[in-house]
Each structure stands twice: as C-alpha cells, then as structure tokens.
Design a protein around this ligand. Structure first.
Ligand code: MTE
Length: 325
C-alpha cells in the first residue's frame, strides 16, 4: 500500500475546500488517521474507533461536523493564517504570522472570576474534552469589510462556562487576552488599553453558535489566529472574537471592551454585523471575501447578522439596533 508521506499533507498545501476534503478522504481510505507531529512530521496510526482525538502535538482528526456549518467555498489556509489582526504582535496584517511564531501557548492557565460558584485557575487541558470537539465552517466578517469562510475546530462556549456554575447575577461574560509584553511586543505600545478585553451578554455567550476555537483546517490553532484558545461569535464583527484568552469573568454589569474604550463612537458593546448601520468612517453594507473578490471587483452584500439571523435575531427583539450597535 502506498503510504503518503506526512509532508504531502501539510495544511499549508491546502488551498480550498476540495483539497481539504480530499485529504480527509485519503486519510479515511488509507484506514488510518494521521497525526502529524509538528516536531518530527511523524505519521502515526491511531485507532479508527476513536471518533474524536486530540493530539497535543497538533492535529484534530475525523472531527464531527457541528450544526450551522455553511456550505461555502473555504478561504485558503494561507489567507486565513497570513492575513491577521492580532495587535499584540503588530498592526500590519502580515506581522502576527512571524512575530507570534515563538509565542508560548503551553502550559496555559485560564483564570475564572466573578459571579460564579467555581472561580479559580484552570489548566486549558481541562477543557480539551475530546467529545466536545466539532468542526464548524463559519463565515467570519471583520469590521474592516473583508470576510472569510473558515473550518474552525472548537466546542460550544456554553459547555465550558457551565462548568464554572455562573450564578443569577452573572448577566455578562468578560474575556481577557494574556498580558505579557515580553512575549507580546505590541503591548509595549499604547495602541489599545491592554490586555485586550471583550464581552458578551450571558445569553449570547450561552448561544450554541458561540464557540471556543482550538484549531482550524483540522490542525491545532496557529499562534497568529489566537492559540491556544480564541472566541468565535460568527454573527458579530471579527474583533469580538478575542484571541489567546487567559481570563474569564462573570459580571453583573456590561463589560467595556478595549475597542469601546479606544473609540466609543465607533465600537459598541453588541457589534452585531449589520449592513444597515454604518461605521462612522465607512459603510458596512458590503464586504470583500478574501481570495475570491478581487481588489477592483464590486464587493458582495453583507448579510444581517452575517447570515445567522435565523439563529440569533430573537436575542435582540425589541432593541433598536441603530442605538445598540
Ligand atoms: N484578539 C486579540 N487579543 N487582539 C487582537 O488584536 N483582533 C481582532 C480579533 N481578536 C484581535 C483579537 C480582530 S480586529 C479580528 S478581525 C480578528 O481577531 C482577526 O482574527 P484572525 O486573525 O484569526 O482572522
């Protein structure tokens, strides 16, 4: 039997959905699930009985596809991992890929505080429960009017939050990125009020569409995309999806995010994708899909709630979304 070398299936070669799916098909047909150890590039046979497997060295295999997955052309692995916003590693889109390369994401502790029965410091590995893992292909739209479609690997945030037993005063959840200027050189500069902070209403956080991401394209999450753990809230602008989360706090009052502090007239708490509400400096009615819409072609229409209205519009019924932007 021809055994493909692990080098042949590195994710960097994956450019579209077909290539990605073909790779999975190959692995299945070969009767083994390859674990490409990032160090040695080993090809390890793993029991085909294992429905979901997490390998610390870096690959998620044969993960079930979760609900709400969209059937759209995937943005290439290269674009997803080389066109990034991660200001802790520089404000240029191409910088995080290089500047986050040495960022240490293991061991990783998460501090849980505030209105819950089980505050404390937890190890990330406690949350990498294999039977929680799913692949979800989500649209992702940045406030800067570009968008992507990404096969994220993660789990519903509600599964994690319930472990901490939020109490009845927990109306909101606040998230913080690690604060470590030695490792994150961007934090030496006052671009934002560090650490990067974001928040959700508790019902938004508990919504099944909201996931914690630990991987993409079947592999462990690259540092530039927010390793080891980042939020993904697909009906909100990309900046809500905070990266490299080190703290979770349950609060009674609405948290004030770093972006709200830096420009309160431009960034509100909700930040739902809304083509009808312009950013003060530009329209939000259209977007450019990375890798598909050329720079000079007409941008495609942005969908209300980024196309997830059926699932989430009811969370905001009765609210004036031009005020609660
Ligand atoms: N999280 C942190 N800690 N720092 C950041 O600068 N940028 C946000 C969000 N999460 C950011 C962050 C913005 S503006 C966007 S659009 C997305 O991450 C980009 O995610 P991506 O690089 O994986 O596409």
């Amino acid at each position: 039997m021809l055994i493909k070398k692990s080098d042949d299936i590195l994710p960097s070669e994956i450019t579209d959905k077909n290539a990605y799916l073909n790779r999975r098909q190959f692995l299945k047909e070969a009767g083994l699930y390859a674990a490409v150890a990032s160090a040695g590039g080993l090809l390890l046979p793993v029991s085909s009985e294992a429905a979901v497997t997490h390998n610390e060295n870096g690959i998620y295999k044969d993960i079930a596809t979760g609900p709400y997955t969209v059937d759209e052309k995937l943005t290439s692995y290269k674009d997803v991992t080389s066109y990034n916003n991660f200001y802790e590693f520089g404000t240029q889109k191409g910088a995080p890929r290089f500047r986050a390369a040495e960022f240490k994401t293991r061991p990783w502790k998460i501090t849980v505080e505030g209105e819950c029965e089980k505050p404390g410091m937890y190890d990330l590995e406690d949350f990498l429960k294999t039977d929680w893992m799913e692949e979800r292909i989500y649209r992702f739209r940045c406030v800067e009017a570009w968008s992507m479609v990404v096969p994220w690997i993660g789990f519903e945030l509600n599964k994690m939050l319930k472990q901490f037993q939020p109490n009845s005063k927990a109306k909101y959840v606040e998230f913080e990125t690690l604060y470590d200027p030695k490792q994150m050189p961007g934090q030496e500069r006052a671009i934002l009020d560090w650490p990067y902070t974001e928040g959700l209403r508790i019902d938004e956080a508990m919504h099944p569409l909201t996931i914690m991401v630990v991987g993409l394209y079947g592999d462990i999450l690259p540092n530039q995309n927010g390793a080891p753990l980042r939020l993904m809230v697909p009906w909100k602008y990309g900046f809500k999806s905070i990266k490299s989360i080190a703290k979770i706090r349950f609060t009674e009052k609405a948290p004030v995010s770093s972006w709200m502090k830096s420009a309160p007239s431009e960034y509100g708490f909700y930040s739902n994708v809304n083509p009808n509400v312009a950013h003060p400096r530009w329209s939000q009615a259209r977007e450019r899909r990375l890798g598909e819409d050329g720079f000079f072609s007409r941008k495609r229409k942005t969908l209300m709630f980024n196309g997830y209205g059926e699932q989430v519009a009811s969370l905001y019924s009765g609210m004036d979304l031009s005020k609660h932007f």
